[in-house]
Design a protein around this ligand. Structure first.
Ligand code: TYD
Ligand code: MG
Length: 449
């Protein structure tokens, strides 16, 4: 009897599954993302029948030796990874085409190849193309091995014999498995190949970096299905105004996910920006009304950020509130607090609030800076670019303390700031900064004169 094949349709965007095809995914609303996947019922049943019990082991028999991280020696990279690459871990590096993923992994490979066996697998570029990139990056070619192959089973077989410490797969979208349906880059192929690499990584203690291209709207193709398979998900992003690239861990089984690494793309590859506290600030030195500078903490490091407000008289109807990078609901609350407690009338004003640099931040410490930016734009009085503003605003207009205040102040002092406006209740040590304390948002107007 022929095997019963059943077909399911999987959304490439949210991974929802449907028995019927339709033009639009009813789960996430994306258009044209459903694709066919075959399931062999009989195979599945067979697999389920052959269950042999596994052996239990005690943790005391497990050695911790294998977990000694491969430190890359670039502070920004190691920090994002939580101290280096964990042997046997599967890492997904996502980013838009052209952002520098191949360059970054080539540099990682180059640095590690000196001490460890590293294999670069590419289905995207030829050995010559990669060689020319490596030469441009001034990487010692003698230690690196290359494999031009797109079949997952062949890659796994080759690596099982070669037994390197680190493997780079550039990219997961070009790899296909002989045991999965659909074409390379399709969701079932990506998932099947990733599972193969996961087995390879765990069985042989080989660290693997999978490169994954992301689609225009920012999702990795087949995102959900890969993110739960891998140990670490890294995104390489471009920072809006500048030439900086930000490496961010959105999942990390072996480290914190709040860390970001800041890099600059140069003629010879990435260069780390270790002193990155000011990368999100506008480089312009002239103070403009509507702009206020505050500080956030990402992972272990403080960064200065700029809040910009544009307040203009509502011409018609209901006043508009728009934000980018800042929580819209928070803006509504702050607007109400300013109107009621600081007697700053915003009832007939449109407000646009932005965080410079394409950041999305949900840190209450920015409240006071947002209030200052709004008041500054309304009154057309600029705030000095050497003033740091920090504080959480309560509904009564009162100011609340900010976490890790001293670290934020220290970063500002280091970057040449002269003054800081902080909540009255806090007692920080702040060398080099003139501290002004604020009890309530009603004092904002006084500070703007
Ligand atoms: P690439 O790593 O190929 O991007 P991805 O793999 O993410 O698609 O690099 C993309 C860009 O980086 C390319 O436009 C050229 C530029 N680049 C530099 O500026 N300096 C360099 O040293 C290298 C290797 C690339
Ligand atoms: Mg590439």
């Amino acid at each position: 009897m022929a095997n019963k094949l059943s077909t399911i349709y999987t959304c490439a965007h949210c991974d929802a599954q449907f028995p019927k095809w339709s033009g639009r995914c009813t789960s996430c609303g994306a258009w044209g993302t459903l694709s066919e996947e075959m399931m062999d019922e009989k195979d599945r049943q067979k697999k389920e029948l052959k269950i042999a019990p596994s052996k239990l082991i005690s943790f005391s028999e497990v050695s911790g030796e294998g977990l000694k991280r491969l430190a890359i020696g670039v502070g920004e990279l190691d920090r994002v990874l939580g101290g280096g690459i964990v042997p046997g871990s599967l890492i997904l590096l996502g980013g838009e085409p052209g952002i520098g993923k191949s360059t970054l992994v080539a540099q990682i490979a180059g640095r590690l190849a000196a001490a460890e066996a590293v294999v670069y697998v590419s289905g995207e570029e030829s050995a010559e193309q990669i060689r020319s990139r490596l030469e441009r990056l001034k990487i010692d070619l003698s230690k690196l091995k290359f494999l031009s192959e797109t079949n997952a089973e062949k890659i796994v077989a080759t690596l099982e014999t070669a037994r390197p410490r680190l493997v780079i797969i550039d990219s997961i979208q070009t790899v296909y498995s002989s045991f999965a349906q659909g074409e390379a880059g399709g969701i079932s192929q990506i998932r099947a190949s990733a599972v193969k690499f996961l087995e390879l990584a765990k069985k042989n203690n080989i660290a693997i970096i999978l490169i994954g291209h992301i689609t225009k709207d920012g999702a990795l193709a087949g995102p959900k299905s890969l993110e739960h398979i891998v140990d670490t998900v890294l995104y390489l992003e471009i920072e809006n105004n500048h030439e900086y690239r930000i490496l961010r861990a959105t999942k990390n089984r072996f480290g914190s996910v709040n860390e970001i690494g800041v890099f600059e793309m140069t003629g010879t590859g990435f260069r780390e920006i270790a002193d990155a506290g000011s990368v999100f600030l506008e480089t312009d030195e002239v103070a403009v009304a509507g702009s206020a500078i505050s500080a956030i903490i990402e992972g272990t490091r403080p960064f200065l950020v700029e809040v910009q407000a544009l307040v203009s008289k509502t011409v018609f109807g209901y006043p508009q509130r728009k934000t980018s990078g800042f929580d819209l609901n928070r803006l509504q609350v702050l607007t109400a607090v300013l109107t009621k407690r600081a007697k700053i009338n915003l009832m007939n004003q449109d407000i646009i609030l932005n965080l410079v640099g394409g950041l999305k931040i949900n840190d209450p410490a920015l409240d006071l800076a947002a209030c200052f930016a709004i008041a500054s734009s309304l009154s057309n009085v600029a705030i000095s670019r050497q003033t740091l503003i920090l504080g959480e605003v309560g509904l009564g207009g009162e100011l609340r303390n900010v976490s890790r205040l001293e670290e934020r102040l220290k970063e500002a002092a280091k970057l040449g700031f002269k003054k800081a406006l902080i909540p009255a209740a806090s007692q920080p040590k702040a060398d080099g900064l003139k501290i002004s304390k604020i009890k309530n948002v009603s004092e904002i107007v006084k500070h703007l004169e």
